[in-house]
Design a protein around this ligand. Structure first.
Ligand SMILES: C[S@@+](CC[C@H](N)C(=O)[O-])C[C@H]1O[C@@H](n2cnc3c(N)ncnc32)[C@H](O)[C@@H]1O
Length: 220
């Protein structure tokens, strides 16, 4: 079993790793051979959208695809600095001196199109009236709302990514692992994406309290 990365998080400002984060770690532990095979002979570009504490990217860097270029993004600037600290704390840079950069941005807006080989996203998936406004102040207490609230069906932010997936992933080779809760209606999402030509598989699912979480793999 792979080790869970250490973190040092200000829980008032950055999403605390929870069942969803740990489901992603288990997903990558389960998938690591097929992921390694897929990217054999390549230095893949790995991007986690909404990296939070950086625990998921750090786990992938340590255990799954150490020889990769990592771009972690988050709308929350404190998440970006925390993710960089998580990478340092776990010494992955010393063991696997491949690039890690955490950048504040909306989704993948500052990453070049069609350059991401492995995309990971644990989105704000809780249904809510709206996706919250971006706070203006670093010390604003509402940054954490952005980690959780996903607007209608909890899917507004996730649909922004899915609708643009064709332009985000590397043609033919790129794959995306995206987490859903049952209220996001992942079956309907899968059908819609299949109708657009995507292959969609449920990789792992788990009951977490009153929520059922699942991770879907999207590939062409
Ligand atoms: C559920 S948390 C997941 C954090 C971390 N990946 C994990 O699994 O523990 C969602 C993260 O997405 C970030 N986020 C929300 N909206 C975003 C957007 N439009 N672009 C980039 N990041 C966003 C939040 O700030 C938060 O860190």
């Amino acid at each position: 079993m792979f080790e869970t990365p250490l973190t040092n998080i200000d829980y008032d400002k950055v999403y605390e790793p929870a069942e969803d984060s740990f489901l992603l770690l288990d997903c990558f532990e389960q998938e690591y051979q097929s992921i390694q095979q897929r990217f054999t002979g390549r230095v893949p570009v790995v991007t986690e959208i909404g990296t939070g504490s950086g625990i998921v990217t750090c786990f992938i860097k340590q255990n799954i695809l150490p020889h990769s270029i990592f771009f972690a993004t988050d709308i929350n600037p404190t998440s970006c600095s925390t993710a960089a600290e998580t990478i340092k704390l776990n010494d992955t840079h010393e063991t696997h001196p491949f690039t890690f950069t955490a950048m504040q941005m909306n989704l993948t807006s500052a990453v070049r199109s069609n350059k991401i080989d492995l995309l990971v996203f644990n989105p704000p998936y809780v249904p809510a009236e709206n996706v919250p406004e971006i706070p203006k102040d670093l010390d604003d207490s509402s940054w954490l709302d952005l980690a959780l609230l996903g607007g209608q069906d909890g899917m507004m932010t996730t649909w922004e990514v899915l609708n643009n997936l064709e332009n985000i992933l590397t043609p033919e080779i790129g794959i995306a692992y995206i987490l859903f809760c049952a209220r996001n209606k992942p079956d309907q999402v899968a059908e819609t994406m299949k109708a657009r030509g995507w292959k969609v598989d449920v990789v792992i699912h788990r009951k977490a309290g009153w929520e059922v979480l699942s991770i879907l793999l999207f590939q062409k």
